[in-house]
Design a protein around this ligand. Structure first.
Ligand SMILES: [Zn+2]
Length: 212
């Protein structure tokens, strides 16, 4: 039973405000099912709320959240592929037209993985293994940024991780099919928590530019 007063009062507020505002939309979505056009791969971080950042209505975005907003490489080995399952459903079941990998500043998963270079215990029981999706990305970022201050190195790593995830997306056969037919587009974004600003990846230049 949920007894946390904050959650209960928040829920009551949701019924009064959000749910009554979107009641008709919820009715339609319940009746006809969901048909979001966009999938977001976002971090679990409590400060990065995709629906708030994009001002999304119910049913508008299909969101999967994991530590450090990673798309793992394509493989059919392993039993518990939560993010891959979400991708498969979004692309093959819902036919989303856009996938956004939404990274963010001060990412704890990225920080732990960078610290793991000097402290193998920094990754805990599961996080280090999950973050090893970025092993070659980390090696590359660290080698190509010698002497860089830790905060800047972290930002470079957050940016590079988004690129790695976008690259991993292109290896899924069901995604390749749709890319060939121009039925799917990828986008990279990075949310700066301190400024509340979104940066968008220009895939040609590899630069993240502020969204005006
Ligand atoms: Zn994060």
């Amino acid at each position: 039973m949920i007894e946390n007063d904050n959650l209960i009062s928040g829920y009551r507020q949701f019924r009064q405000d959000h749910y009554s505002r979107y009641r008709d939309l919820y009715d339609t979505l319940a009746d006809k099912g969901q048909a979001p056009k966009t999938m977001i791969v976002s971090c679990c971080d409590s400060r990065v709320e995709p629906a708030a950042i994009f001002n999304a209505k119910p049913g508008e975005m299909f969101v999967v959240r994991n530590v450090a907003n990673l798309v793992p490489p394509y493989t059919t080995i392993g039993d518990y592929s939560g993010t891959r399952a979400a991708l498969e459903f979004a692309v093959c079941g819902l036919n989303v037209e856009h996938i956004v990998v939404l990274g963010h500043g001060q990412c704890g998963g990225i920080k732990a993985y960078l610290q793991g270079l000097n402290n193998p215990d920094a990754g805990g029981e599961f996080i280090g293994k999950w973050m090893s999706i970025l092993k070659s990305t980390r090696d590359h970022v660290v080698q190509s940024n010698p002497g860089t201050a830790p905060e800047q190195l972290q930002l470079e790593m957050e940016y590079a991780a988004i690129q790695t995830s976008l690259n991993n997306l292109t290896k899924f056969p069901f995604i390749q099919e749709r890319l060939k037919e121009n039925r799917l587009q990828f986008h990279g974004g990075h949310f700066d928590i301190a400024k509340g600003e979104l940066y968008s990846l220009d895939r040609k230049s590899g630069q993240f530019n502020p969204v005006k």
